[in-house]
Design a protein around this ligand. Structure first.
Ligand code: SAM
Ligand code: SF4
Ligand code: SF4
Length: 333
């Protein structure tokens, strides 16, 4: 099944909750998502049964990757039960999770025992003050580092660390993060700061392009580009000459829309075909009606067949602005 630009659907990212224990400024600024903000109510969020039913339908449609994300997936109660159900559906599915790591010390072993094998942990700085500034909370970075340590102890291999660099905020800490990940054997991936959603006050000047980060790293380490693992991989991979890997996701400076095979389900069950969409197909409505799996499968495939999203490419060509984009924490990064 290919969309209008000949892209297959191979990758499903599921936002299991719109809630989060952090308030990263580039995602959920505290002043907008404080005490008074109304998150989805329990019955508005897809149940585990509904998520598993949808995942099975997506597997029939040919996906080979599932990522659990959010919001913060570890704040969803009993998340390990969902991991266990999805991991036992089909062992050829590559199941992963993206987490801010704050609760990982408690969850790492449980997640591993439930069948999760791939983890991405977000970490923007090793300096506690800057970490707090980026994450919008007065939490201690030691808890995230302990979580990453527990993930390694539990048996997770090739742990990925996602870092978003904002100019003038955490760019001085690039080398510290590289040193740490290299030493620990984690794959550090720099994600360019993106204009997701509508509320993070993004501007192009705050982005540090991957090329600039590569220059900074190259002053200390010899690194060279290596082949992608598969053609739709979003990160440009690099290797240190003396071993170890890192990556760059350059959605702003070098958009990769033409190979984008990703789809997303929001916490309230909307099927969204681009990270920068302002709408999605309301699957929850069908899940909670008399629609059969086949009906739902047909709706998803109809929606994919007419997909022509290329937001980042349009942005780079300064055309096609989208109003009222869905926020990142609602649709899952
Ligand atoms: N809460 C989890 C976490 O932070 O890892 C999972 C959800 S979060 C939305 C997924 C990823 O999106 C994180 O790695 C985060 O850094 C990234 N992200 C959020 N807002 C972003 C932005 N404006 N630009 C680039 N990446 C962003
Ligand atoms: Fe929460 Fe992740 Fe968004 Fe930060 S990036 S506010 S941790 S959902
Ligand atoms: Fe895919 Fe949309 Fe990102 Fe382009 S902008 S890579 S189509 S999610």
């Amino acid at each position: 099944m290919q969309d209008k630009l000949n892209r297959k659907l191979t990758d499903l990212r599921i936002s299991v909750t719109d809630r989060c224990n952090f308030r990263c400024r580039y995602c959920m600024p505290e002043e907008l998502y404080g005490e008074a903000y109304e998150f989805l109510k329990r019955d508005q969020v897809l149940s585990f049964e509904e998520i598993v039913r949808l995942t099975k339908i997506f597997i029939k449609l040919g996906i080979n990757k599932v990522r659990l994300t959010g919001g913060e997936p570890l704040v969803r109660k009993d998340i390990e039960k969902l991991v266990s159900s999805i991991s036992s559906l089909d062992n050829s599915i590559d199941l992963a999770m993206t987490t801010n790591g704050y609760l990982l010390d408690k969850f790492a072993h449980i997640l591993f025992d439930s069948g999760l094998r791939r983890l991405t942990i977000s970490l923007d700085s090793l300096d506690n003050d800057i970490f707090q500034k980026m994450s919008g909370k007065k939490f201690d970075i030691k808890d995230v580092l302990a979580g990453i340590g527990s993930a390694k102890d539990a048996g997770f291999e090739k742990i990925k660390i996602n870092t978003v660099i904002k100019k003038g905020i955490n760019d001085k800490g690039i080398i510290d993060l590289v040193d740490y990940c290299k030493q620990e054997g984690h794959i550090l991936r720099f994600i360019e700061y993106m204009d997701v959603g509508t509320l993070n006050s993004w501007n192009r000047k705050s982005v540090v392009d991957s090329e600039k980060i590569i220059d900074i790293i190259s002053k200390k380490y010899s690194i060279h580009p290596i082949k992608k693992n598969y053609s739709s991989e979003v990160a440009d991979r690099y290797q240190f000459d003396d071993g170890g890997e890192l990556g760059f996701i350059s959605s702003i400076s070098n958009p990769f829309c033409m190979s984008c095979t990703r789809s997303r389900i929001t916490a309230d069950g909307k099927f969204v075909t681009c990270l920068f969409s302002n709408k999605g197909l309301d699957l929850k409505r069908y899940l909670r009606s008399k629609a059969t799996d086949e009906d739902i499968l047909n709706l998803i495939s109809e929606s994919w067949l007419i997909r022509d999203d290329q937001y980042s490419l349009d942005r780079s060509l300064e055309k096609g602005k989208v109003k009222n984009k869905i926020e990142m924490f609602q649709l899952g990064g």
